[in-house]
Design a protein around this ligand. Structure first.
Ligand SMILES: [Ca+2]
Ligand SMILES: [Ca+2]
Length: 243
């Protein structure tokens, strides 16, 4: 079934403010994590302001609230010379940050040069040895990377699946992106938007509850809840065969 989905589209990314993010549920060193993000066509996530930081905390807690997650900030190249993974300099004393009290402290003999979120039991950022294995958060490169990702999802939707009904209510294809390019929220998840139609899904389908565009409620066409916290739901483009 997954054969329809092109290997060129990294899966599981969530859109926020026009950029796509994914919290990986597997532990890697900082450098290995950076490579995984690069293979997806992106970078480790960069929470450069409070709103994005708040979003990323929720995202990683929805994947695993008990673990630490790397993001893209380090002083590997020079002690105290902090740099975002896109090479933007960061001043740990004057720039906005969400450090835990007393951090960064470059503790332990070999130093601590890579930054991560602590678990939901605490809060904020801490520097840690870069060879520690932690879970991690990637982002697709702003603008181009995210635009490519949205069009990649659209292009790879299975266009051979045609609904008989013009409102798409019997559509069972794998389109999972809205008209404006936002990734759909899974029907069985309550985040970022609560009260999805998962009851409908489980009553009517034996498919796994993916994030495909559907019309469960007599709407004018296919739609989905979106993974963008600022857009609760949006219509999807009807499959080409419906037009
Ligand atoms: Ca350091
Ligand atoms: Ca530390």
């Amino acid at each position: 079934m997954d054969d329809h989905i092109s290997p060129g589209c990294p899966s599981g990314y969530t859109s926020y403010d026009g950029t796509f993010f994914k919290a990986y549920n597997q532990a890697k060193t900082y450098s290995q994590a950076r490579h995984v993000c690069e293979d997806d066509g992106g970078l480790l996530a960069m929470p450069k302001n409070q709103d994005l930081d708040t979003f990323l905390v929720k995202l990683k807690n929805s994947v695993d609230s008990g673990e630490y997650f790397w993001f893209g900030l380090s002083d590997e190249l020079g002690e105290g010379e902090w740099m975002w993974v896109d090479w933007t300099p960061y001043n740990a004393t004057s720039d906005w940050g969400n450090w835990q009290p007393g951090q960064p402290d470059d503790a332990f003999g070999a130093g601590e040069d890579c930054v991560h979120y602590v678990s939901a039991r605490g809060r904020g950022w801490n520097d840690l040895r870069c060879d520690t294995t932690l879970k991690f958060i990637c982002q697709l490169t702003q603008d181009e990377g995210s635009r490519d990702h949205a069009s990649c999802l659209m292009k790879n939707a299975d266009k051979t699946v045609c609904p008989d009904k013009s409102d798409g209510s019997d559509y069972r294809g794998n389109l999972s992106v809205t008209r404006s390019g936002k990734t759909c929220q899974r029907w069985d998840l309550n985040y970022p938007h609560a009260y999805p139609y998962y009851w409908w899904w489980f009553d009517n389908h034996s498919d796994p509850p993916e994030n495909y565009c559907r019309n469960p409620d007599g709407a004018l066409g296919l739609w989905c809840y979106t993974t963008d916290p600022s857009t609760r739901w949006e219509y999807c483009n009807n499959p080409a065969c419906l037009i």
